[in-house]
Ligand binder design. Structure first.
Ligand code: HEM
Length: 412
């Protein structure tokens, strides 16, 4: 087809400097929501829209093995993580994460996190200034460690800092990236020792807890995970749960800019809390796009990419696509009260089926945590002092620059 139409310049550098806007800007030039480009030295095709989601998640089209750059594995996901597996190896490893979808597990984690939140809030009144992003990271880490069965007394604050650092530094060269690498190295080593202690019986993991399941999990060769890989997968539960702190800071930002939403949250309107959580995840930027290696020559809407290239799913662009959302740059939770999102429409945590594909198994947890924490935020009495609340789109992952500081907290 037309893949040899013109030489493509590698766009890795513009991507690193352009951030969230890079792909949507290129998409704007296309009438068919498809962009041919070159990334990491490979030809690439970027697509968007619910049909494109199904195209992207078809295993006959895309494999994950070898798709994720080393610097992202060494910071965000970990070498050998579930994210990098395909076919039977993926489904076998994914079983480890499927219990996370169960409503009872979601409720259990939400209970632990909200208890940690309520404890923390009682101390905020004594402090001159509280940075919500930082505090939420600690609260979420405390809650998820208890829920996952980690032994008490494993210094929550340093762990929270490391979990947040792993996410903060994955997409950037420089000091943030090296902090992320060090954080991962430290925590993988520590948690690998913990898994060994569980296996040797020195530490008891509560039955059926995440720690217990990771320690006992057997892969396709019916062997336990090596301790380092077990630590990687344990971190694949702890780290993204701590990362909900990004959405907590965004929720605070939304309540500050559009305070009218406070009332329905305060009143405990559950359907509205769900809609609010969806709108926070749609409106605010987090994952810019997803990528996989093409297993054969592929054509989408007349544009082609050869086998061995990259297929990219424009996550941020799709969550702001005018055709899907009508008024994508309006923060309007009501849109999800009028109509719940189709599974391949709202894709901040990927698309398709989390049971068989790579979609995030932590989506119900994220929604549950956001519903509860946004409601608690709406009920909290605080002031928002002068600070830099801009959310720079060139920074990945981004957040309000100040981390969202509050003062004069009065717990309910
Ligand atoms: C801050 C909120 C979160 C965001 C924005 C997020 C986003 C994502 C995205 C974009 C993917 C990749 C989907 C794909 O490759 O197709 C993913 C995968 C994954 N997420 Fe999340 N996630 C979040 C929270 C969570 C939570 C709370 C957990 C677990 C407790 C979790 C566990 C995972 C795992 C294990 C995978 C790999 C799934 C696979 O490859 O099969 N995530 N997430």
């Amino acid at each position: 087809m037309n893949e040899h139409r013109r030489p493509l310049m590698d766009r890795t550098l513009p991507l690193l400097t352009g951030g969230y806007a890079w792909l949507p800007d290129r998409m704007r030039e296309s009438s068919d929501r498809v962009v041919r480009t070159r990334l990491l030295g490979r030809p690439a095709l970027a697509v968007r829209g619910p049909q494109a989601v199904r195209f992207f998640y078809d295993e006959a089209h895309v494999r994950r093995h070898g798709a994720i750059p080393g610097p992202v594995l060494d910071t965000l996901f970990g070498q050998g993580a579930v994210h990098t597996l395909d076919a039977r190896a993926h489904r076998t490893r994914k079983e480890l994460f499927l219990p996370l979808l169960a409503p009872a597990r979601v409720a259990g984690l939400t209970e632990q996190v909200t208890a940690a939140w309520d404890d923390a809030v009682r101390t905020w009144g004594e402090r001159e200034r509280v940075v919500l992003f930082d505090e939420a990271g600690v609260v979420l880490t405390r809650g998820v460690c208890r829920w996952a069965g980690l032994p008490a007394g494993t210094g929550t604050q340093p762990l929270a800092r490391d979990l947040v650092a792993m996410v903060d530094g994955f997409a950037t060269p420089g000091p943030r990236h090296f902090r992320a690498r060090r954080a991962r190295h430290r925590q993988e080593a520590r948690l690998a020792r913990l898994v060994q202690d569980v296996r040797s019986g020195t530490v008891t993991a509560p039955a059926d807890s995440v720690l217990d399941r990771v320690s006992r999990h057997r892969d396709t060769r019916d062997e336990p995970l090596d301790p380092r890989t077990a630590a990687v997968e344990l971190l694949n539960v702890l780290r993204p749960t701590a990362a909900v702190s990004w959405f907590v800071a965004f929720a605070a930002h939304a309540l500050h800019r559009w305070p009218a939403h406070r009332e329905r949250l305060r009143a405990g309107d559950g359907a509205f809390a769900t809609a609010f959580a969806h709108e926070v995840r749609r409106f605010y930027p987090f994952a810019p796009f997803l990528g996989g290696r093409t297993v054969r020559d592929l054509t989408w809407h007349g544009e082609s990419v050869p086998a061995g290239g990259l297929l990219l799913l424009d996550v941020y662009g799709q969550n702001h696509d005018e055709e899907l959302w009508g008024d994508p740059y309006a923060f309007r939770p009501q849109r999800f009260l009028d109509r719940p999102p189709g599974p391949d429409e709202l894709i901040p945590q990927g698309g398709g089926d989390p049971r068989t594909g790579h979609r995030c198994p932590g989506e119900p947890i994220t929604i549950g945590l956001l519903e509860s924490l946004a409601t608690r935020l709406a009920r909290l009495d605080y002031q928002v002092p002068d600070q830099d609340l801009t959310i720079p789109l060139r920074r990945v992952p981004t957040r309000p620059r100040s981390g969202f500081a509050i003062t004069g907290v009065r717990a309910p």
